[in-house]
Design a binder for this molecule. Sequence first.
Ligand code: PEP
Length: 250
Amino acid sequence: MRTFVIAANWKMYKTPHEAKRFVMEFLPLITRSLHRRIMIFPTALCLPTMLEVTKDHNLDIGAQNCHFQAEGAFTGENSPKTIADLGARAVLVGHSERRALFGETDSYLAQKVKAVQDFGMSPMLCVGESLAERDAGQTEAVIEKQLREGLSKADLQGRLIIAYEPVWAIGTGKVATPDQAEKAHKYLRSVLHELAGENVATQTSILYGGSVKPNNAAEIGSQLNIDGFLVGGASLEPKDFATIVNVSIK
Ligand code: PEP
């Protein structure tokens, strides 16, 4: 059985004080479920606070990005070794904003996926097509390339989460239809099957991201190959994120 994962990507929002306040308001709102993993990806500077305030709760904290080297002369970067040492459990790799705004390529991201695994954390590899690529009928080719190249240095039997995030749906209010999302997820699972075999393909959680809101989460999450959400905007409000978590029981 795959774990249903509901993950919050806070992007460059929330100070440590605001993050702490979120946790205090959010925790009493969520209902208990065994087969569910809740993750929050705050800014790197909020990691220590978030790890401290969630330490007695069933909530995993991850980083939004890291360098692929453990240490070195990389001014301003965050090391996966440090992130793991703090107690974080995961790192987002290849979010579309990293690809588009910071020029991160598939081969560069492959090194990050490996580094995150090497330090015992789960990479959450994000893939997704642009609107022009979808309109040109290239969705499957694009996400397949991102998946294959992003995983080219990975331990395929190791910790791994995939997030399918169509770029045109991120922060736009335009959500993929359940059908569009399910089709892409099914395809990604078939590529995983080719790459790593049946076990990995059936066990790996593939999350959908792109304008997930309290009013559309249940329908999207009911699709066979959709194993959770990566949520941006709607994860910033405790009530909205808790509603998404609470409707997400499969
Ligand atoms: C994201 O940032 O990964 C995301 C999916 O954002 P939003 O939910 O706001 O579209």
